[in-house]
Every structure is written in structure tokens, then in C-alpha cells.
Design a protein around this ligand. Structure first.
Ligand code: ATP
Length: 215
């Protein structure tokens, strides 16, 4: 199973966790194989896209047989680094940040928010969802070696300066929930999720493309 991961298109890579979650459920219910039509129905991705995606993983479905669930699972586990726990920090324990701290990400994948940072004195020293809240002034002190991933749920004006500090301590990936567009060096990966924009876009598509199910 020697797949050159740099050959996997980004759009395909983004669907990997979705496939992985579904296949894990299939595996635990004892299923050995799955057809692209079944997968398509479950994850709501059309089956031509699934077949193309899976061809990048070296998984060639057989007509009348489908895909081998064990093969796919071991590929996904390896590719998504699920053998290793990825440590995540969160900055900004407001409404959104608090919800993420309560949400148990490690239930479905091997990631864990292990520390959160804020500047509000009344929040410092408390815990939310078992995660300790520390003062942002202490970021470099608490995390001299950084963490690979950070979730940003601060007000937009604070986002860029915090991002610069995160990069300085070695953060490589940022899930940015603020509306701020962040400037980062090329080796840093930002995934930008603006919930207000997503909601607006959903409403727009419902209005203008009512018959299509997804984009
Ligand atoms: P949310 O946007 O998550 O719903 P909210 O409306 O409760 O949050 P915001 O004003 O957006 O509150 O702030 C989010 C959190 O970020 C708050 O807990 C706030 O104390 C914290 N915060 C504000 N400025 C900074 C900063 N410069 N550094 C770190 N945390 C900050």
C-alpha cells in the first residue's frame, strides 16, 4: 500500500475523514465490503466521485463485489495518522469556543483539545469540558514546543496577532472560525470556517437552486 499522498487532490483529501467515519461504523457492524452506491447513499457524495477518490487510494472496487472495508480502513488510519493522538489548543473561550470544549472530538477521531487560552480574568483558572483555561499571556510559557493544531474562536480584530504568536511556537494548522482573513507563511495551513457566511450561502442556494441537493 505505497501511495504517494502528494498525488491525492485536496478536494479528495477533505472527504477522507467523512469516508473514514462511515467505514469505521461499517467495520464495527461486521461488514467486509461495501459498494460505491452504498457509500454514496450514506455520505451523500455521488458514486462517480467516490470511485475516482478511491482510485487515488489504490482501492479499485470490483464489479459485483465492491470495496474491501479492511483495506480502506487501514489506508485511512495510516493516512489520517489515527494511530497518533493530535493535540489541539483553542484560543477564545466565548460561546463558540465553549461549545467546542464541551464537544468530544476524540470520540470520532484521534484529536484532543488539551488546553484553551483566553484573556478574561474570570475564565482563567477554570475548566470547561475538563479542559483548563489559561491566560493567553502564558501561551509561550505553557507551550514552549507548541501544538500542531489550533482552533481560533476569538473576536476578529485579535485574530492576526494571535496567529503570529501561534506560528512562532510551532503551530502548523489553524481552524479559523473568525471572519478575519489571516496572513500566514506558505507552510502554514489555514482552514477558514465562517459560520455566518455558510448560513447565508445555504439560504442563497435554497432560494436559487432549490432542486439541487449539494454543491
Ligand atoms: P463567540 O464569538 O465565541 O460566540 P462571544 O460572543 O461569547 O464569543 P467574543 O467577544 O466573540 O465573545 O469573544 C470570544 C472569546 O475570546 C471571549 O471569551 C473573549 O474573552 C476572548 N477574547 C477576546 N479578546 C481576546 C484576545 N485578544 N485573546 C484571547 N482571547 C480573547
Amino acid at each position: 500500500m505505497n501511495i504517494d499522498q502528494s498525488k491525492i487532490p485536496q478536494a479528495t483529501a477533505k472527504r477522507l475523514p467523512l469516508y473514514y467515519r462511515f467505514l469505521k461504523n461499517l467495520h464495527s457492524s461486521g461488514k467486509q465490503r461495501v459498494s460505491s452506491a452504498e457509500l454514496s447513499d450514506a455520505v451523500k457524495v455521488d458514486s462517480a466521485t467516490i470511485r475516482r477518490d478511491f482510485s487515488y487510494f489504490g482501492a479499485l472496487g470490483k464489479k459485483g463485489y465492491g470495496y474491501n472495508v479492511n483495506y480502506l480502513l487501514s489506508f485511512f488510519r495510516k493516512t489520517l495518522d489515527q494511530d497518533e493522538l493530535t493535540k489541539v489548543i483553542l484560543i477564545g473561550v466565548g460561546n463558540l469556543g465553549t461549545a467546542f470544549l464541551h464537544y468530544n472530538f476524540s470520540k470520532n477521531n484521534n484529536t484532543e483539545i488539551f488546553a484553551a487560552f483566553d484573556v478574561a480574568e474570570d475564565k482563567i483558572g477554570t475548566t470547561v469540558g475538563e479542559v483548563p483555561i489559561l491566560h493567553l499571556d502564558k501561551l509561550e510559557e505553557h507551550l514552549p514546543d507548541g501544538a500542531p493544531v489550533a482552533i481560533l474562536t476569538v473576536p476578529a480584530p485579535a485574530a492576526q496577532s494571535i496567529t503570529d504568536r501561534l506560528i512562532a511556537i510551532g503551530v502548523k494548522g489553524i481552524l479559523n472560525f473568525t471572519p478575519a482573513r489571516l496572513n500566514v507563511p506558505d507552510h502554514i495551513r489555514i482552514h477558514h470556517i465562517d459560520l455566518a457566511v455558510e448560513l447565508q450561502s445555504l439560504v442563497y442556494f435554497l432560494k436559487h437552486y432549490p432542486s439541487e441537493t449539494s454543491v
